[in-house]
Unconditional design. Structure first.
Length: 355
C-alpha cells in the first residue's frame, strides 16, 4: 500500500479507522491505529454522557471530554489523530471549535452536509477538513460551496457505502440496490473530483468505507480509484478498542443473519446486530419518556421509539436488553480479539497476497 498525502500530512498506511460512537473509538483505539501508521479517529458522539462526572451540563461535559480524549491520544502517539463529528449533533459547532483549537490533525464530518465547516478555521489552524458523503452529488455540492464561499476545497473525502455500520446515508430501498454500491460510487466520485482537481491544480484523495474488511477488499477498491479506505467493523474486535468486552463479544458471537437494518430515531436507517432490545422496539414496547440530552437536531421525542444515545451507551457497556451494537455487514466474520498491530499486519499480508 502506498502512503497518501492529505495536505501536508503523510499517512504511511492509507487506512483510516472510522469514528465510532458512542464511546467505541476513543483515545485508546485511535492512538493504537495512529501508531501503526493509519489515521486514528476519536468519536465525539455522546462524550457529554461519558464525561458526565465532570459536569451535569451535557454541552460543557462534551467539550471537556473531547479535550481529554485528544490529550490522552497525543500522550500515546505521535501519529495522525482525527475527530469524527456528526453534522446532525446539536453540539456540532462546539465540537468543531474544540477540535480546531486543540489542533486535531483532521475533522471528519458526516451525517449531513457540512456546508459551513471551513468558516470555523482560523489563520493559524492546522486541522484538515474531510467530509463523509454517500454520493457524487454531495461531493460536487460541497466542493462548489466551499470554493465559492470560503475559497477552500476539502482536504479529502470519505465515501461511505451502504454496507457500513452505524447510520447510513441511504434510503432503505437503496441499501441492496447495485446502483448505490461502493464499487459504483467510487469511480463516480473520482470522476466528479477530477474536475475540481484539474481546475485547482491539487489532489483531493478519496477514501472508501463500508464493508471493507480484508487487505484484498482494500486492493479491489483502490483499483477502482480510491486512495485508501476507512474501516470501522474490523477494528471493533481489537484489544485496544474502547468498547466493553461484552460489546466485542457480540461481534464474535454474531451470525450473518443477526446483522440487520434498523430504523433509527435520527431519521436514517442503520445497521446493527439484532438484540432483545431491537425485538422489543419492533413489538412497540419501547417509548422514550424524556429527552435529557437533546443530542441530535433531527430527533423528535414525540415520535421516537426510543432514545438512541441511551441505547448506544447501554450497548457500549454490554447491556443488550436496553441497547444494540451498530455493526457493518461483515461483523459476523470476527472470530477472536487481536491487537491493532496484528490487525494491520494481517491487512498488509492480505493486501500483498491478493490479485
Ligand atoms: C459501532 C459503530 C459506530 C459508528 N459510529 C459512527 C459515528 O458516530 N459517526 C460516523 O460518522 N460513523 C460511525 N460509524 C461508521 C464508521 O465510522 C465507518 O465509516 C463504517 O463502520 C465503515 O464500514 P465498516 O464498519 O464496514 O468498516 C460507526 C460504525 C460502527 C460499526
Amino acid at each position: 500500500m502506498n502512503p497518501v498525502k492529505i495536505g501536508n500530512l503523510s499517512i504511511a498506511v492509507p487506512v483510516i479507522q472510522g469514528g465510532m460512537g458512542v464511546g467505541i473509538s476513543l483515545s485508546g483505539l485511535a492512538s493504537a491505529v495512529a501508531n501503526e501508521g493509519g489515521v486514528g479517529v476519536i468519536s465525539s458522539a455522546g462524550l457529554g454522557l461519558l464525561y458526565r462526572n465532570f459536569s451535569k451540563d451535557y454541552l460543557a461535559a462534551s467539550i471537556y471530554g473531547l479535550k481529554e480524549e485528544i490529550r490522552k491520544a497525543r500522550e500515546k502517539t505521535l501519529g495522525v489523530i482525527g475527530v469524527n463529528i456528526m453534522v446532525a449533533m446539536t453540539n456540532f459547532a462546539d465540537m468543531i471549535k474544540t477540535s480546531i483549537s486543540e489542533k486535531a490533525d483532521i475533522i471528519f464530518a458526516g451525517a449531513g452536509l457540512p456546508l459551513d465547516l471551513p468558516s470555523f478555521l482560523r489563520k493559524d489552524s492546522i486541522t484538515k477538513l474531510i467530509p463523509i458523503i454517500s454520493s457524487a452529488r454531495a461531493a460536487r455540492i460541497i466542493c462548489e460551496k466551499w470554493k465559492s464561499n470560503y475559497n477552500y476545497l476539502p482536504d479529502a473525502f470519505v465515501v461511505e457505502g451502504p454496507m457500513a455500520g452505524g447510520h447510513l446515508g441511504f434510503r432503505t430501498e437503496q441499501i441492496d440496490d447495485d446502483d448505490y454500491s461502493l464499487e459504483k460510487l467510487v469511480p463516480e466520485i473520482v470522476n466528479e473530483l477530477r474536475v475540481f482537481e484539474e481546475k485547482n491544480h491539487r489532489r483531493i484523495p478519496l477514501f472508501a468505507a463500508g464493508g471493507i474488511y480484508t487487505g484484498g477488499d482494500i486492493k479491489k477498491i483502490m483499483q477502482l480509484g480510491a486512495a485508501g479506505v476507512q474501516m470501522g467493523t474490523r477494528f471493533v474486535t481489537t484489544s485496544e478498542c474502547d468498547a466493553s468486552e461484552d460489546f466485542k463479544q457480540a461481534y464474535i458471537n454474531a451470525e450473518k443473519n443477526d446483522i440487520e437494518i434498523i430504523k433509527s430515531p435520527v431519521g436514517m436507517p442503520g445497521r446493527a446486530i439484532f438484540s432483545n432490545f431491537i425485538q422489543k422496539v419492533k413489538e412497540g414496547k419501547k417509548q422514550p419518556l424524556k429527552c435529557p440530552f437533546k443530542c441530535i437536531k433531527t430527533c423528535d421525542i414525540s415520535s421516537s421509539p426510543y432514545c438512541i444515545i441511551t441505547a448506544l451507551i447501554n450497548a457500549l457497556k454490554g447491556n443488550f436488553e436496553n441497547g444494540f451494537a451498530f455493526a457493518g455487514s461483515n461483523a459476523f466474520r470476527a472470530t477472536k480479539i487481536i491487537s491493532v498491530r496484528e490487525t494491520f499486519k494481517s491487512l498488509l499480508r492480505e493486501y500483498k497476497e491478493s490479485q
